[in-house]
Design a protein around this ligand. Structure first.
Ligand code: ADP
Ligand code: MG
Length: 382
């Protein structure tokens, strides 16, 4: 059924406006946004769509085709309800807007429909949050700029949904730009658009097709370990974030931390931030081998020091390298989800076939291997 007909059937009203927000992939700089690091994400051509109409009352009523269920809440009495899982992202946005002093004068019907894989590290959650903020901003004429949309989306995920995430996902989507990656300084919240065209080479996405579990609790545990590390070194080494540490200060940090596990987390963070800088240099020089090496080193660090990869991500990265990729790494929070690989574009079909077969042999799971375009951030399309 057409989405507009479905909308009419569910809400008994015509669609008044339609919006989209893209997914994102992070090229390098993983798990360092919440440590004041630099990251290099871009918005990609998978989308969540939101069809909207105004309501006469003050209810927010929302239906998702991805879940085939509907939730509603009055604007003045929004509560976090654990069992209503996905609707917390939608209602949370309105609650945070209210807390920030924005006026929500009437309710909305919102139909969601997404082809972003859910829970796969391509940030379907941030796409949803940014989309709902973008919709509210437009519908209520709130005059919120894109950077603030990203901040409010992060605040919603942190304070309402309970994930202590950094700013990367929400910013990558809100600030997305066609054919550009976003070099984002998460400490200052400043960004620059960067050209990442690499001639005969391009990045592709590899989806492990494994369910992620306990991601939120493991994610929050990593954030807490980093906070703990910072508290042990900040005065002595005079840093305000872990990413202010230089690689050559790691030995000093190790003595101060005096805990092997926490130190490994710090070593990942500091070397990963350094890899982002080297990646930028390699991009400028179009040094394909160096880009590949840095991707590989990033994955090893996430596997061994940060311990967020797991069997399926490790296997798909290995399969990619065995299929001719110049480099490959997990992307996103990890614990399952997606990886990226840098390949010679004309070899895509051969590469895809080989990864599918190698990964299936080892896991008995069919992966997905696909190319994406780099696209603009949220917009109203109708
Ligand atoms: P990721 O952001 O990597 O995709 P998350 O676990 O952070 O993974 O976010 C996935 C969650 O976001 C889903 O479980 C659901 O609650 C919510 N979500 C994302 N897209 C939709 C959608 N189209 N409809 C309803 N909920 C969605
Ligand atoms: Mg997410």
């Amino acid at each position: 059924m057409e989405l507009s007909s479905l909308f009419k059937q569910i809400f008994n009203k015509d669609v008044e406006a339609t919006y989209i927000a893209p997914a994102r992939v992070n090229l390098i700089g993983e798990h360092i946004d919440y440590n004041g690091g630099k990251v290099l994400p871009c918005a990609i051509s998978c989308y969540i769509k939101g069809l909207v109409s105004k309501r006469e009352d003050n209810q927010i009523v929302t239906y998702s085709t991805n879940y085939s269920n509907m939730f509603s809440s009055p604007v003045e009495n929004i509560k976090y309800i654990k069992d209503n899982d996905w609707s917390n992202y939608v209602f949370g946005v309105f609650e945070i807007l209210k807390q920030e002093g924005y006026k929500i004068p009437f309710g909305l019907n919102v139909l969601l429909d997404s082809n972003i894989p859910l829970g796969s590290g391509l940030s379907s959650s941030a796409a949803l949050l940014d989309l709902v903020l973008y919709i509210a901003n437009d519908m209520y004429n709130l005059n919120i700029d894109l950077k603030t949309i990203a901040k409010l989306a992060q605040k919603t995920e942190n304070e309402f949904c309970g994930l202590k995430c950094g700013i990367m996902d929400q910013a990558a989507i809100a600030l997305g730009k066609k054919d550009k990656a976003i070099l984002l300084d998460c400490n200052k919240f400043e960004y620059e658009y960067k050209d990442i065209s690499l001639g005969e080479y391009s990045f592709v996405i590899l989806k492990t097709n494994t369910p992620r579990n306990l991601v939120d609790s493991k994610y929050n545990e990593r954030v807490e370990q980093c906070q703990k590390a910072l508290s042990l070194i900040r005065n002595k080494l005079k840093v305000n974030t872990l990413c202010e540490l230089e690689v050559n200060q790691l030995e000093k940090a190790k003595q101060l931390i005096n805990n092997e596990l926490i130190y490994k987390r710090v070593r990942h963070v500091v070397t990963e931030n350094d890899r982002v800088n080297r990646f930028m240099l390699a991009l400028e020089n179009k040094d394909i081998n160096e880009l590949g090496n840095l991707l590989n080193q990033s994955h090893i660090s996430l596997k061994e020091d940060y311990e967020v990869t797991g069997k399926y991500l490790d296997t798909i990265v290995e399969s990619a390298l065995d299929s001719g990729a110049v480099g490959a790494r997990m992307t996103g929070a990890g614990f399952g989800g997606c990886a990226i690989a840098l390949i010679r574009t004309e070899e895509f079909s051969k590469f895809k076939e080989s990864v599918e077969s190698l990964y299936f042999k080892k896991t008995k799971i069919h992966p997905e291997v696909f190319q994406v375009d780099i696209v603009d951030g949220p917009t109203r399309i109708n």
